[in-house]
Design a protein around this ligand. Structure first.
Ligand SMILES: [Zn+2]
Length: 554
């Protein structure tokens, strides 16, 4: 009898030892940068129901868990899925179906690309393109529409500059939009020379023509978003902040996520338009079911507005305190009145939403810092953001810390603009431009993004630009204003946990810790140790969203 009790106790003990916890996935034999608060490194990770159950040693987790699927990472490197804190996911998807004008070296090349697009897409009622940059043309002057008028007298053509803040339109497009020589518009410019339209439109003037472009069909938009998602998963992105969408497009994204067509997590900011404020705040007035306030699903989060203060430096639309160094008497402009910016800050503040404002020039930034300060008053956790924060007057840096204002920056803008930023700003003022380290020091954290399709979608380019501050060819040899470079750990945090924090999502993503979404990437090399010259060659082997593989390198 005694022996019997003993052996059954032993059996129970043994059984409880070998009884493993069942999980969906066990990843092992990896170097896992968890990006937790102590930046700890693990070897293995157990995942169940899309979330992380535990991280630790391979031996420990293997003896504790039995997994439906075990993944040997073959000593490769795992990071939290990358978050792009400022991008235009929908715009990027749409750009995949328009003329690609990136890196064209002359207006002749632009026209050539438009011609070949037209020959392969003869049924398109409009020809839309994006990506030209006059800084890459001989003479660096804005193009005119003469050649486009000759080639396409009956078909409207609208070609956006790389930054989306200027466009060249042919006469047919201008005529459809009712734009005439000498017309004026607030927050924009319609270029007229010798009494004739040149086709160049800046900022709000572009919208006059955009309003005439027929809307994309839902089927086409769906195809564009799925194509965009595929490319973004391939570079390791698992969350994208889309900065400025209409509520109708947000609803469309929601529907594609619900059917499983879109697995990308989206943090969507609504754009500054009456219909969007009604949608967000005034359910009763809309008198239907769509006005539903903040939106939070596992894949979609909406709790902020995107507003524009000024334009961009490349097209000299950024609003500066003093005139441009390469255009005397011209200091750029605000895209809307100070009164408008103040009134939207008030309505956003009163409803407890997040305000995210595009500000590039030192005057645009000072305007927004002052308006934000008026409502935020002091320390707070509303996480109001300024997007781009490119040129800051030395007296204004401290305001970010005083009011807990988040500078949301794009490191590749620094390395794309460094060739001519000094011409626009002059040697003194450029020191306060792209000052990421100085901005990081204000609050102790900073989210990073790309602003794609203005820049490439690749987070590796963001990492390289933030840390090395050189172009892909290694220029300049000593880096561009490297006193404002970030460390590798800071750059990685900016692309993961700090980006999550800018979206109020730091408790669910941005690091690989118990209870968080199992969004992660497996890379072939170690971002934290790879030599600078090879950082741009690091490749994504696999991307996971919620424990599900969404990309595998072939
Ligand atoms: Zn943007």
């Amino acid at each position: 009898m005694r022996i019997l009790i003993c052996s059954s106790a032993l059996f129970f003990l043994l059984n409880s030892c070998i009884q493993k916890t069942k999980v969906d996935l066990l990843v092992y034999n990896a170097t896992i940068y968890t990006v937790d608060s102590s930046f700890s490194i693990a070897e293995a990770m157990a995942v169940n129901n899309g979330k992380i159950v535990e991280t630790g040693k391979t031996s420990g987790l293997q003896s504790k868990y039995s997994a439906k699927e075990a993944l040997d990472a073959q000593a490769k490197f795992i990071y939290p899925g990358f978050i792009d804190a400022h991008a235009h996911f929908v715009g990027y998807g749409q750009s995949l179906y328009t003329v690609d004008l990136y890196d064209s070296k002359s207006i002749q090349e632009v026209v050539q690309r438009v011609k070949s697009f037209d020959s392969t897409h003869p049924d398109e009622p409009w020809i839309l393109g994006r990506g030209w940059d006059q800084n890459k043309f001989p003479g660096k002057a804005f193009p005119t529409n003469e050649m486009l008028n000759e080639l396409f007298p009956g078909k409207p053509v609208l070609l956006e500059r790389v930054d989306g803040h200027a466009s060249v339109a042919n006469d047919k497009a201008l005529q459809l939009a009712g734009v005439k020589a000498g017309d004026k518009i607030q927050g924009g410019e319609i270029e007229t020379k010798n009494g004739k339209l040149t086709g160049i439109l800046i900022d709000n003037a572009v919208d006059l023509v955009v309003a005439r472009v027929p809307p994309q069909t839902p089927a086409k938009l769906k195809a564009a978003l799925i194509e965009a998602q595929k490319n973004c998963f391939a570079v390791g992105l698992t969350t994208i902040d889309d900065c400025g969408l209409s509520y109708t497009v947000v609803s469309f994204i929601d529907s594609l996520q619900k059917t499983g067509d879109l697995k990308m997590r989206i943090y969507a900011m609504l754009s500054d338009a009456t219909a969007n404020y009604d949608y967000a705040f005034q359910k009763a007035r809309l008198n239907d079911s769509v006005g539903r306030g903040k939106i939070k699903t596992d894949l979609l989060h909406v709790c902020g507005f995107k507003v524009y203060a000024d334009g961009a430096l490349g097209s000299r639309g950024a609003c500066l305190l003093e005139p441009y160094s390469d255009k005397p008497g011209w200091a750029g402009f605000l895209l809307s009145s100070r009164q408008h910016l103040d009134s939207v800050a008030k309505i956003i503040y009163d409803h407890g939403w997040q305000m995210c404002t595009h500000a590039i020039g030192d005057s645009g930034n000072r305007t927004m810092l002052t308006i934000y300060g008026k409502y935020l008053k002091g320390k707070n956790d509303l996480r109001w953001r300024i997007e781009h924060v490119q040129v800051i007057n030395e007296n204004d840096f401290k305001l970010f810390g005083e009011y807990d204002i988040i500078p949301s920056v794009q490191p590749t803008h620094a390395t794309s603009d460094m060739y001519w930023a000094g011409d626009r700003l002059g040697a003194g003022r450029v020191k306060g431009a792209y000052a990421f380290k100085q901005l990081l020091d204000q609050n102790g954290w900073i989210p990073l993004g790309t602003d794609f399709p203005v820049e490439d979608i690749s987070p590796f380019k963001t990492f390289y630009a933030a840390v090395v501050r050189k172009d892909a060819k290694g220029w300049p040899a000593n880096g561009f204003q490297t006193q404002n470079a970030l460390t590798r750990e800071e750059a990685l945090r900016g692309m993961t946990i700090w980006a999550a924090k800018a979206n109020f999502e730091e408790n669910e993503k941005g690091s690989l810790e118990k209870g968080k979404f199992a969004d992660f990437v497996i890379l072939d090399e170690d971002l934290m140790k790879e030599v600078p010259e090879k950082l741009l060659d690091v490749k994504v082997m696999k991307t996971f969203v919620g424990g599900q593989m969404v990309y595998e390198r072939k």
